[in-house]
Design a protein around this ligand. Sequence first.
Ligand SMILES: [Zn+2]
Length: 312
Amino acid sequence: MRSSALMMCLVAAAGCGPVELGEDDPGDPNLTGSSGDVELADADEVASTEDALSHCFCRSPFACGHSSSPSFMFSAAHAALVRAGISDGLLIQTFGDAAASVGTHCPEPGTTKSAATDIVSGSAPCTRTRALRMQGFAAWYRVPPSFGRHIHAVYAGAPVLKSSLQSQVSSFLSGRNGLVSNAIDTVCPITTAEKNAVRAARDGTPPNGGGCVPGGYYCGTDKVSGDRNTLYKCNADQTATKVRACSHGCSINAGTDDSCRCVAGSNYCGGDVINGNSSTLYKCDSDGVGASVVRSCANGCAVVPGAEDHCK
Ligand SMILES: [Zn+2]
């Protein structure tokens, strides 16, 4: 019932009721008295009273407006959206004053951008939701009966957030659903890595505190947290993924990728101890750090635990 009102408003937000001139209250963010399936502190998408349903919440010139244009997103939020693999065509709402949203999607105070974005959920909704989270969005997959299916995403790294969105981000960081019920999110349960990515976006610090360069290789403690003798690859959001434990130690190399140390003069397939193509045989340089190509292996390269690797 309310979700149908939601969809109407999303599609034709400009028609969601008259502005109540003289009504200065931007909308009590602490809506109460509803079933609990209401966005925390501002009832994203679902108004709880008839009064709210006839009310526009955004300030002029945004009152009762609606857009799905990326121009209403903060540039950092849009860049994060792109990194999450989401195209502009999947945007449902980048700012909107649908009465049922009770102000959630209005521009942030003093700006013309909203940090809250609604996105098409698609055929793999949790995958898409998780991709957004890893890029710094407090994101939830909203489902019937309380909502029409969509992803509600709040960019935690926005330069300014209305208090209701700050509350939603806080709810996310405790694994909760951002609704008035503030229950644990069981639709796409929130992982520790997702919380870390959102917290890092909010705080403006990379999750590992070191500012690694995405795509680069690092020993733990060198711009990524982790074990000193393990090699990691820096992700787009500056989290780090383990590549391999270094049995001969990890070398921090100035001006280039860090690498696992190798045994001088020994042969290795790429990816076994040393970085490189898995079908190429390399020889460890005399410094135990660098490696040179021996040959490309036409039939592949055989990794031999405890002995030298060789071409098949
Ligand atoms: Zn929303």
